[in-house]
Design a protein. Structure first.
Lengths: 269, 307
């Protein structure tokens, strides 16, 4: 007969390391589509850089804000790539875990708590974002598009930006009963406009004033501006820089709290 | 020895719906215990509370001497769970499904791998160890889910509708595996709406309907208490069953008139059949059989409908 103390003791390892076991599972699952991750992580920056850095840059020989066009656009392209990975990871993989493959329910039947599932999911994504951002960064360095030594900061900034977009989407996906076109709608009405109006390819001063608010609520714009500060020392008032950082942290933290709540609710119904 | 489950007035309410309405029961260690009832009776909800993933609305629940509300993870470390719908990881191969699951219980990779090899043997899936999950047959997926639930060598195994959707052969293979576990002394808790499954596997069961317990006992006990020894089934065609039933209403102890047949309950079905035939009511088909839990259930739910 097992005593109560023994039962608690047996669960203690999972209570401490559960989040890591979840990360481990996600990494193991990734082996199935690792070639997609690697190919897209290498292919994306190269295609972008050739098209924009070499192609479009010829149309803007004078550069933007005192730097060559490639230098201007490179950090924002990195952000846009990592944030779109974030948006992707916040939708289908979350709903699938509840709805189609129900893997989250399988995990929750073990000593692992909903909080650990969220933690492991987020930590795995940090590794995923770091990998893709690292390769992208290597590519823009190779193209000579990162003049400053603080340029590597674009990697942590992109991870924060990806969380800022991913966690609110995951909180939403975890509450969805089914996908009857919501994801496609989010993609078209929220994600796409955000990518177009977030000052990725040109400064937001170029878009009409009445559309500028999109940039202000867009994690991508804040991440891109921060990336430019780190990458080539774009000059802006310090309070603006702090605001960018604050907005990204706020999105991520509030998003993670909502995501945790949604997971608890769905798993313990 | 204290019971492995103790429920007292256990209740779960979802908004306006009372899914489980004050049920009380105890399950001793090593018993094979069933929750029998139609779809929507509250069986799965009760299972979720026992599995310590869903909090009760009121009442008392103790699993392995612990309260699921405060010791959920600790309880879950001792349980094996086979959910109604397979939730295997489609991204992983068969053996990996087991190994990664073992990790959730804090097993080392080496231990989990050794245990997985053992359990694949038990589940008759050794030759599929490296296969993808998706193309496996329904029966194989179920056996894999059962193997997965045994990774942590659980004190108690919870099975929610373990054979629903399987063909008869796959069901028998599965029952055989579950029977072996029962012989080894694993406590089995299962829900089912198949009466034959309950008869095969359960030492004791509760009949649940609309969230409440309607009867409790061993299959034999329930049949003895709520039905007769034998049942005579006669068919006269759907248009005539009700008409004939009126004319033979005095035959047997009790009758149930279903749309497709008449069931006559008594201790001697052959005698009743002879009596009916003597009166000139030749059925198109007839069958004398022993009473089953099916009859118990019919009797019990018939009562609730009348109430």
């Amino acid at each position: 007969m097992t005593t109560v103390a023994e039962i608690r003791e047996r669960a203690s390892k999972s209570r401490r390391w559960g989040w890591w076991y979840v990360t481990e599972l996600r990494l193991r699952e990734m082996r199935g589509y690792i070639s997609y991750v690697v190919t897209s992580s290498i292919g994306n920056p190269i295609v972008y850089l050739l098209a924009l850095g070499v192609g479009l840059a010829n149309l803007v020989p004078q550069g933007i804000e005192g730097v060559p066009y490639l230098v201007y656009v490179a950090p924002a392209m990195l952000m846009s790539t990592i944030l779109s990975v974030g948006a992707e990871e916040g939708m289908y993989p979350v709903l699938s875990g509840f709805k189609w493959h129900k893997v989250f329910f399988a995990i929750h039947a073990t000593p692992i708590s909903p909080g650990q599932i969220v933690g492991g999911f987020l930590f795995h994504l940090m590794l995923r974002f770091t990998f893709t951002a690292g390769l992208f960064f290597a590519a823009i360095v190779a193209f000579g598009a990162v003049p400053n030594s603080t340029g590597w900061l674009v990697i942590p900034i992109s991870i924060l930006g990806a969380y800022a977009i991913m966690t609110p989407l995951a909180a939403y996906a975890a509450r969805l009963e089914d996908d009857s076109g919501q994801f496609a709608l989010i993609q078209r009405l929220i994600v796409m406009p955000m990518f177009l109006f977030s000052g990725t390819f040109f400064p937001i001063s170029q878009i009409p004033d009445w559309l500028e608010w999109i940039a202000w609520v867009s994690p991508l714009w804040h991440a891109s501006q921060l990336g430019r500060v780190a990458s080539y020392g774009m000059s802006e008032p310090i309070w603006t820089t702090v605001t960018h950082l604050g907005v990204l942290i706020a999105f991520s933290v509030v998003g993670a709290i909502l995501m945790h709540r949604a997971f608890v609710k769905r798993l313990t119904k | 020895m204290p019971p492995v489950i103790r429920a007292e007035n256990l209740t779960k309410v979802y908004g306006d719906l009372t899914a489980v309405n004050g049920i009380s029961f105890e399950v001793p260690r090593g018993e094979s215990f069933g929750l029998l009832g139609p779809n929507g009776a509250g069986k799965s909800t009760a299972m979720k509370m026992i599995a310590s993933v869903s909090a009760r609305t009121s009442g008392v629940l103790e699993v392995l001497g612990l309260d699921p509300n405060t010791d959920g993870p600790a309880i879950r470390s001792q349980l094996g769970v086979v959910p109604q719908e397979d939730n295997l990881d489609q991204e992983l191969r068969v053996a990996e499904n087991l190994i990664s699951y073992g990790r959730f219980f804090g097993m080392s990779r080496a231990d989990a791998t050794a245990r997985a090899t053992e359990l694949l043997e038990f589940a008759q899936l050794t030759d599929r160890a490296k296969a993808k999950v998706e193309p496996l047959s329904g029966g194989m997926k179920r056996r894999l889910t059962i193997a997965r639930s045994l990774m942590n060598d659980p004190q108690m195994l919870l099975l929610d509708e373990p054979t629903t959707g399987l063909d008869p052969q796959a069901r028998h293979v599965l029952w055989d595996r579950l029977f072996r576990l029962k012989e080894r002394g694993t406590t089995l808790i299962l829900t089912t709406h198949y009466m034959d499954e309950a008869e095969q596997l359960c030492d004791r069961l509760i009949v649940v309907d609309q969230g409440a317990i309607m009867a409790e006992g061993s299959p034999a006990q329930l049949i003895r208490e709520h039905s007769t020894r034998e049942v005579l089934e006669v068919r006269y065609g759907s248009a005539n069953n009700a008409v004939v039933a009126k004319q033979i209403a005095d035959v047997g102890d009790r009758q149930e008139i279903l749309p497709d047949r008449i069931l006559i309950y008594s201790d001697n079905g052959e005698r009743d059949l002879a009596e009916i035939t003597k009166r000139g009511h030749h059925p198109t088909t007839s069958l004398v059989r022993r009473s089953s839990l099916e009859d118990v259930f019919l009797r019990l739910t018939g009562r609730t409908l009348v109430e």
